[in-house]
Design a protein around this ligand. Structure first.
Ligand SMILES: Nc1ncnc2c1ncn2[C@@H]1O[C@H](COP(=O)(O)OP(=O)(O)OP(=O)(O)O)[C@@H](O)[C@H]1O
Ligand SMILES: [Mg+2]
Length: 336
């Protein structure tokens, strides 16, 4: 037996190193993408919880660039799928194909069988295709006929929606939106950021920093182990209760603020409650802590809840949308 050159670090040190690597990964993404902090944070939160992202933003805001950079940084296989009206479920899941030489059918894997999948313009494909994607996201497997095929352990979907394109689109059914961990809305960069994007494109790099290419220390195994560690980030009793109370308040908002009576047709589900807890744990981990603080929850609340609330006509008439309702619930809650 050969003597090993170095000691295996104690498990605690390994975990601390992994967390530092994830923090470094986030910093690495910021070298490639100017601003869009919220998108970058949410991508890593999704990676750390095994959740999926719905991203709404105009064209050209670096959605593709960001998710590709994430895939490269974690050594993940990446696939982009453009959703179109003529797409069929089998085009994304794959299906059985007859192989004459073998005299039998064999399953050919579709584009979903990648670590990270970008589903572009998800609302341009018909309901059957959306369902196939959302089912795969939830089950983390694909079923064709009597057989089931597991998707990769990392499997992360980032789906995009263009807020301007309404005609010829198929809005996602509300019930299925619940499958997305977070719904992130992104906007234009600032004037200063836009100038940096141009300078970078012309070869200066962010802040003029060139030099050695950075090391990408996170791979699929590290991601899966980090997911385990995120699960044990401390969530204090009072914050657990505040999360439960906030989610329950989306179903009866008038209990927090009488002016919000009669505006909500459907509030958020227990799945949303778990999503808020898990994503707050992941954000805390990403910020280098091993405990959640109220700000983690407040920061993520709108992204976890906005796509899961169904407001009624009365709300529309009174100019109350999901974001303003969530803002008022947070203001009247236990997080100040
Ligand atoms: N914040 C940013 N940081 C760095 N580059 C950016 C940023 N915003 C836009 N870009 C650049 O703009 C171009 C378009 O970006 P990208 O293709 O990622 O946009 P997109 O959001 O995926 O657009 P679409 O919705 O049309 O697919 C790329 O060259 C990208 O590098
Ligand atoms: Mg794109």
């Amino acid at each position: 037996m050969t003597e090993s050159l170095c000691e295996t670090p104690a498990p605690r040190q390994q975990a601390a190193q992994r967390q530092a690597d994830i923090v470094a990964l986030r910093a690495l993404l910021a070298r490639r993408i100017v601003g869009q902090q919220r998108l970058l944070d949410r991508m890593v939160v999704a990676l750390l919880t095994g959740g999926h992202l719905l991203v709404e933003g105009l064209p050209g805001l670096a959605k593709t660039t960001a998710v590709k950079a994430l895939a490269q940084a974690v050594h993940a296989s990446f696939q982009r799928v453009q959703f179109t009206p003529d797409l069929l479920p089998g085009d994304i899941t794959g299906g059985d194909v007859f192989v004459p030489a073998e005299g039998r059918s064999r399953f050919v894997r579709g584009p979903l069988f990648h670590d990270i999948v970008l589903a572009d313009e998800i609302n341009r494909a018909p309901a059957k295709v959306q369902s196939a994607l959302l089912e795969a996201m939830q089950e983390r497997q694909v079923t064709v006929g009597a057989s089931t095929y597991a998707l990769p352990g990392m499997f992360l979907v980032m789906a995009t929606q263009n807020p301007l394109e309404q005609s010829g689109t198929y809005p996602l059914p509300e019930a299925q939106l619940d499958r997305f961990l977070l719904h992130v809305v992104i906007d234009y960069p600032s004037a200063e950021q836009e100038r940096t994007i141009l300078d970078m494109d012309l070869g200066a790099g962010i802040g003029g920093a060139a030099g050695e290419p950075p090391v990408c220390a996170v791979d699929a195994d590290a991601v899966l182990q980090a997911r385990e560690e995120v699960r044990s980030v401390h969530l204090a009793d009072s914050l657990r209760q505040a999360i439960v109370d906030l989610v329950r308040a989306t179903r009866a908002p008038e209990q927090r603020d009488p002016e919000l009576a009669g505006l909500v047709a459907a509030g958020a589900s227990p799945r949303a409650m778990l999503a808020l807890a898990h994503s707050a744990q992941a954000l805390a981990y990403l910020r280098g802590r091993d405990y959640v603080i109220p700000d983690d929850i407040v920061e993520l609340a709108a992204d976890v809840l906005r796509h899961r609330l169904v407001l009624n006509l009365e709300a529309e008439l009174r100019g109350v949308d999901a974001d303003s309702l969530i803002g008022r619930l947070l203001g009247a809650g236990a997080f100040d």
